[in-house]
Design a protein around this ligand. Structure first.
Ligand code: AMP
Length: 447
C-alpha cells in the first residue's frame, strides 16, 4: 500500500474544531481596521520575484535564504509572497490608487511563505493580518497605526504586551550609520558567517538580523542607529512619542530594533509578549517605508504599516488562557422517521437556515436512536423528533437539550415556535455591555 501523503513541514492544517478561533481573531482584526478607516485589499499569493528583490531587499535573510521562488511554465521567475507590503504597494500603483484621496488606508489577511527552520511560532506557511497607510508623512500616521494594533490586542484580551519603538532614520542617516557598522564588523570579520561577510560591503545593517548565534552575539555590541539619526528624523521620532503619550499608550524605546526588511525608514516598532509563557515572542511589527513606493516605480510618497502573525497570536492566547468565544453550536437537530417526515424536515430546515439558525437533519438514512446520538455529539441545543404521529397531529415536541424541557410546537408555525423557545432559553443578558461590542459580537450572542 502506498504511504499516506503528509502535510509539508512547517505548514499547519486548521480543522473545523479550531477554525472558529481563527475566524474570531480575523473578524476582530477587520472590524478594528474598519474603525480606523482601513478597508480590505486582496492580492495574489504569487508575484514576480523582482518585486520582493526590490522591496524586501536583495541582502535580507528573507530574499537570500527564505523565499519560495520557482520558474513557471513560461520561464518567468515567480515567488510566493513572503510578506504583504510589497504586493499591496504594487497593487496601489497598478490601480492608480494614488489618484484617490490620500492617505489611502488598506488592510489584508494573507498567507505568507518563508523557507525558515520550523519551530513554535515559526512556520513556512503562516498568516498575517496587515495594514498599510499610503500618503501620510506625519508621525501621526505612525502613531495611529500603533494605536490600531494596540486597540486590537486590547480587544482580544492581550494584556502583557510591550510596545517597543525605534527610529532607523532616513537613507542619509543610514549612510553615516553604515560606515560606523562597517568599521565595527571589519574587526570581527573572522567570526562572521559567509552571508554576513557578503553583507559587509553591500548592506552591513542586515548583519544585525542574522539568525546565526555567533553573528547575533557579535551584533549585540554593535553601534545603534538611533545615535546616528539626523535632526528631521529625530524630530519625527519625538513627535511619535508625544502622540503615543497623548493616547496613553505605554511604550519603550528599544534601539536594537531594526526589522529584517530593507524598505523601512524612520519609525520601526514591535509588539513583544511579556507573558511568562511566551516572553519575547514578537506578535507583530511594522514601521514607516517612505522610499518604497518610489522604488517600485511610483512617485515619492510616504507610507507606513503593520503586520502581525495570526499563528503567533493564537499561541499567545492559548498559552495565556485567553478565552475565545464559544465554538459554534448546532441550534436544532431534526430527527426523522419516514419519508414524509424527511420532506417536512427539508422544508423546516430551509426556513430556519434562511433565518440564520444552524440546523442538522439526517442525511445518512439512520435510525432514530442513531440520529439522537449524532445530535448529542453535535451538542445540539434543541432536538425535535418528527414521525408519522407528529405529521398527523400537526405538532411535535421541541426538546431543550440543556434542561430536558419540552415544548409542543405546531408544525405549521414551527419557525416562530422554535424562535420563541430559543429566545426563552437564551443566555442571561443582564450585565452584558453591548456598548463595547461590535455588531458581529452581538449577532454571535444570538446564534
Ligand atoms: P515581518 O513581516 O517579518 O515583520 O513579520 C511580521 C509578523 O509576522 C511577525 O511579528 C510574526 O508575528 C509573523 N511572522 C513572521 N514570520 C513568521 C513565521 N515564519 N511563522 C509565523 N509567523 C511569522
Amino acid at each position: 500500500m502506498a504511504a499516506n501523503i503528509k502535510a509539508i513541514k512547517g505548514t499547519k492544517d486548521t480543522l473545523p474544531s479550531e477554525s472558529y478561533k481563527l475566524q474570531y481573531i480575523e473578524q476582530a482584526a477587520l472590524d478594528t481596521a474598519k474603525s480606523f478607516g482601513y478597508h480590505e485589499m486582496r492580492t495574489p499569493v504569487f508575484e514576480y520575484t523582482e518585486l520582493f528583490d526590490r522591496s524586501v531587499g536583495e541582502t535580507t535573510d528573507v530574499v537570500q535564504k527564505e523565499m519560495y521562488t520557482f520558474n513557471d511554465k513560461g520561464e518567468r521567475s515567480i515567488t510566493l509572497r513572503p510578506e504583504g507590503t510589497a504586493g499591496a504597494v504594487r497593487a496601489f500603483l497598478e490601480h492608480g490608487l494614488f489618484n484617490e484621496p490620500l492617505p489611502q488606508k488598506v488592510c489584508y489577511l494573507t498567507s505568507c511563505y518563508r523557507y525558515e527552520k520550523p519551530q513554535a511560532g515559526r512556520l513556512r506557511e503562516f498568516h498575517q493580518f496587515g495594514i498599510e497607510c499610503f500618503g501620510a508623512a506625519s508621525a501621526l500616521a505612525d502613531a495611529e497605526i500603533i494605536a490600531l494594533a494596540k486597540q486590537y490586542f486590547d480587544f482580544i484580551g492581550i494584556e502583557k504586551l510591550a510596545v517597543e519603538i525605534n527610529s532607523i532614520g532616513c537613507p542619509e542617516c543610514r549612510k553615516k550609520y553604515s560606515e560606523a557598522l562597517k568599521s565595527f564588523f571589519e574587526s570581527k570579520k573572522a567570526d562572521l558567517c559567509e552571508t554576513c561577510l557578503s553583507r559587509l560591503d553591500r548592506n552591513p545593517m542586515r548583519i544585525l538580523d542574522c539568525k546565526s548565534p555567533v553573528c547575533s552575539g557579535i551584533a549585540a555590541d554593535a553601534p545603534v542607529v538611533l545615535d546616528y539619526i539626523c535632526d528631521d528624523c529625530r524630530e519625527h521620532f519625538e513627535k511619535l512619542q508625544t502622540y503615543l503619550k497623548a493616547m496613553e499608550i505605554d511604550f519603550v524605546v528599544n534601539p536594537q530594533i531594526v526589522r529584517g526588511l530593507d524598505y523601512y525608514t524612520r519609525t520601526v516598532f514591535e509588539f513583544v509578549s511579556m507573558d511568562e509563557k511566551t516572553k519575547g515572542l514578537v506578535l507583530g511589527g511594522g514601521g514607516r517605508y517612505d522610499g518604497l513606493i518610489e522604488e517600485l516605480g511610483g512617485a515619492s510618497l510616504p507610507a507606513c504599516g503593520f503586520a502581525m502573525g495570526l499563528e503567533r497570536l493564537l499561541i499567545y492566547m492559548e498559552e495565556s488562557g485567553i478565552p475565545f468565544p464559544e465554538a459554534p453550536k448546532c441550534n436544532l437537530s431534526i430527527v426523522t422517521a419516514g419519508e414524509g417526515a424527511t420532506l417536512k424536515a427539508l422544508e423546516l430546515a430551509s426556513e430556519l437556515r434562511a433565518e440564520g439558525y444552524s440546523v442538522n437533519i439526517d442525511i445518512a438514512g439512520r435510525s432514530i436512536k442513531a440520529q439522537m446520538k449524532y445530535a448529542n455529539k453535535l451538542n445540539s441545543q434543541f432536538t425535535v423528533v418528527i414521525g408519522d404521529n407528529e405529521l398527523e397531529a400537526g405538532e411535535a415536541r421541541l426538546k431543550n437539550m440543556a434542561d430536558g424541557n419540552e415544548t409542543v410546537v405546531s408544525l405549521a408555525e414551527f419557525v416562530s415556535g422554535f424562535e420563541r423557545a430559543y429566545l426563552d432559553s437564551a443566555i442571561d443578558l443582564s450585565g452584558v455591555d453591548f456598548s463595547a461590542m461590535t455588531q458581529t459580537d452581538i449577532n454571535n450572542l444570538f446564534k
